[in-house]
Unconditional design. Structure first.
Length: 121
């Protein structure tokens, strides 16, 4: 009887290993309204959030984040491509990356975002 109990326990553990684990679940997407660019202070859509809407943002202009702030995660729901920059002046000498405007969520930027540009479609 003891051997069958051990065998059953081993099978149960093996089967459980094949099931999705909560620790492996996808990062929860941050809340961001349609038509906006949302930037979070920390990765995983956490920390202070900044929201930029098209109505208040100059297209194809460098928009630096407020002094002393950076972002490490973002959601682009503007419907237009957005480029984020490591440089606060949108210089391409540092890191930069363009995100499509079709509803892109990035839980972790490879650098601290200090500025961005929203492009004409």
């Amino acid at each position: 009887m003891r051997h069958s109990t051990i065998a059953l326990a081993a099978l149960t553990i093996a089967a459980a290993a094949l099931l999705p684990q909560p620790a492996l679940a996808a990062t929860r997407l941050g809340e961001c309204p349609t038509g906006a660019l949302c930037l979070w202070e920390r990765g995983g859509f956490t920390g202070a959030r900044q929201v930029y809407e098209l109505s208040g943002t100059d297209i194809e202009s460098c928009i630096p984040l407020p002094a002393g702030t950076t972002a490490q995660s973002l959601a682009n729901r503007t419907g237009r491509p957005v480029t984020t920059y490591q440089s606060g002046e949108c210089q391409e000498t540092g890191e930069f990356e363009t995100y499509p405007g079709s509803g892109t969520w990035s839980p972790q930027s490879p650098y601290r975002v200090r500025a961005f540009k929203i492009w004409e479609s």
